[in-house]
Design a protein around this ligand. Structure first.
Ligand code: UT7
Length: 329
């Protein structure tokens, strides 16, 4: 029997209706469309409005979109992983709730968190479960309601982030398509540069943490930017070398959407033409765990069986990596 590879066989997405434009941000903080567009590439982002709706709401809709497109009975799913940096609650798994709500009654499920690398690391985990031969259908969802931890008076962060979710299905493939290789890394020294300080076990919520605005994302943008470009380029170059891939062999770069300039610098380092670089940051901003699956959704029509994809992400922690995968449908 040939070796089992873990292939992506379906994608789905959900974006909330509300569009927060650069023009509206101009009325909220001291910024302007020209600065945001030239420094980040973002024109608008989606925001989930309404009471009692968390990341699970986004994830459930993305999963339902995939189930409907694939005409898949949710009872066939073995495992659901929800990659998220904004779980519904600090305790009680978001994934368990998503699984119940979509009717995946035969699945086990868990959350996976590694800031903006959550989905990339989730791909690695999902692939291992499939490659083991034990599980046949693993649903990986990236869902983040970033607006729940953004200070809309802080122009350094509120212009960047948006809400959204994407889902992909991993299944066994015996034609050799799917997951081939990964380089995944973390460096805890980076946690000072991008964090939400309070609400966890180090600094539980208190009146003081609220007064000090410590439940919001704080970012040293320049340090994150430099580390992101250096490390994403490094792992992309290395995974190409290990797998004897030249730039002309690559069909698509699927890079975390945090800043258009970071993506362009990474693509430039591996000498990839613009047409091969998936980009949708102008529409959604940085949706943390949802950026990679949202790209696959937006480019699904252009993807062909056998296309060689390099995924890469960088995020808080620091955490980063690259994955080499061939498209299976
Ligand atoms: O996904 C997780 C990882 N996150 C990232 O990858 C984000 C990485 N960092 C970035 O994308 C960029 O650093 C930012 C978009 C956050 C900031 O862009 P930058 O080009 O690094 O700007 P900066 O922080 O160096 O600030 C340049 C200037 C400053 O003014 P002075 O000191 O030069 O007078 C800022 O105060 O731009 C000012 N500035 C703004 N001006 C208008 C900062 N934010 C804004 C703003 N509107 N929103």
């Amino acid at each position: 029997m040939s070796k089992i590879t873990a292939a992506i066989t379906a994608v789905g997405k959900y974006l909330p209706d509300y569009i927060l434009t650069n023009e509206e941000l101009e009325t909220m903080v001291d910024t302007n469309d020209e600065w945001i567009t030239t420094r980040t590439g973002i024109k608008e982002r989606r925001i989930l409005k309404g009471e009692n709706k968390g990341s699970s709401f986004l994830g459930i809709h993305a999963a339902k979109d995939l189930l409907q497109k694939k005409n898949l009975d949710p009872k066939e799913i073995d495992l659901i992983i929800v990659a998220t940096a904004t779980p519904d609650m600090q305790a009680a798994s978001t994934a368990a709730y998503v699984a119940s709500q979509i009717g995946a009654s035969n699945a086990f499920s868990f959350d996976l968190e590694s800031a903006c690398s959550s989905f990339l690391f989730g791909m690695s985990v999902a692939a291992r479960y499939i490659e083991s031969g034990r599980y046949k259908k693993v649903l990986l969802i990236g869902a983040d309601k970033n607006s729940s931890m953004i200070d809309y008076t802080d122009r350094a962060t509120c212009i960047i982030f948006g809400d959204g979710a994407g889902a992909v299905l991993f299944e066994p493939n015996e034609e050799g398509f799917g997951f081939h290789d990964e380089i995944l890394r973390t460096d805890g020294k980076g946690r000072e540069f991008l964090k939400v300080e309070a609400g966890g076990s180090v600094l539980p919520a208190s009146h003081k943490t609220i007064d000090n605005k410590q439940h919001f994302v704080k970012q040293d943008g320049r340090s994150v930017f430099k580390n992101a470009v250096f490390n994403m380029s490094d792992v992309c170059e290395r995974i190409m070398t290990t797998n004897e891939l030249k730039n002309e062999d690559i069909s698509w770069l699927v890079a975390h959407q945090a800043n258009k300039r970071i993506i362009e610098a990474t693509a430039g380092r591996i000498e990839l033409e613009d047409e091969k670089v998936m980009m949708n940051i102008h529409k959604y901003g940085n949706t943390t765990s949802a950026t990679l699956p949202l790209l696959l959704n937006d480019y699904e029509d252009q993807l062909k069986k056998g296309d060689k994809l390099i995924f890469t992400a960088f995020g808080g922690g620091f955490s980063w990596g690259a994955i080499y995968l061939t498209w299976a449908y």
